[in-house]
Design a protein. Structure first.
Length: 202
């Protein structure tokens, strides 16, 4: 129960903050003002998703528009993979005492979850809004094996980054791919929630 409350609290905080500052990131004028360092700024924003809600899918699609499919996908992979590793590392460094204090009796359940289904959870979460870094933090607290975590992380960020970079070419109108990349995570989240409910009922 405590883990669920923390998770819901994280999502509520993310949704509230995104509602307040999301429009700032939808205005892509910054890509014209900082042409030389756009790719580096994009990677920085993707990593910042650990701390504040960033529309990562829109950023990856925007990089696909600016640099093309392969460079855009690479920017997405580097940024999201780095974010995942940092989130995992920061929470793991807090140690077992902090994990026990934060999760209490549920720590054992979380550790078992990541032992049995951690790879699936980490990989699939990358396709969902707001959830990826929360899952990465839980993986760190549960002390999921680092090598297995990185493989699962790559299994999620590589196809996700390629998919959203591909969206950059669906229309000559630059606004259309960005709108699609912003909306697409919503049905993905809905499908994931339905699958999770069916799994629990089974």
């Amino acid at each position: 129960m405590r883990t669920t409350l923390y998770f819901l609290g994280f999502l509520t905080f993310g949704l509230t903050l995104f509602a307040l500052i999301g429009d700032t990131f939808e205005d892509l004028a910054w890509t014209e003002q900082n042409r030389q360092w756009v790719w580096l700024i994009a990677i920085g924003l993707l990593i910042a998703d650990i701390f504040i809600p960033i529309p990562t899918t829109m950023i990856i699609t925007a990089m696909g528009q600016r640099y093309g499919l392969v460079p855009g996908a690479w920017i997405g992979i580097v940024g999201t993979f780095s974010a995942g590793v940092i989130a995992y590392g920061l929470t793991r460094m807090l140690g077992i005492r902090f994990a026990k204090w934060l999760l209490g009796d549920e720590l054992e359940k979380v550790e078992k979850l990541f032992e049995e289904r951690g790879s699936f959870a980490v990989a699939c979460s990358r396709w969902l809004p707001l959830i990826p870094e929360a899952v990465s933090c839980l993986a760190g607290l549960a002390r999921m094996h680092f090598g297995r975590y990185c493989l699962a992380l790559l299994s999620g960020v590589v196809p996700m980054s390629i998919a959203y970079a591909v969206l950059a070419g669906i229309s000559d109108n630059k606004t259309v791919p960005l709108i699609v990349s912003a909306i697409l995570p919503i049905p993905i989240w809905w499908i994931a929630a339905r699958l999770l409910m069916r799994t629990r009922q089974a």
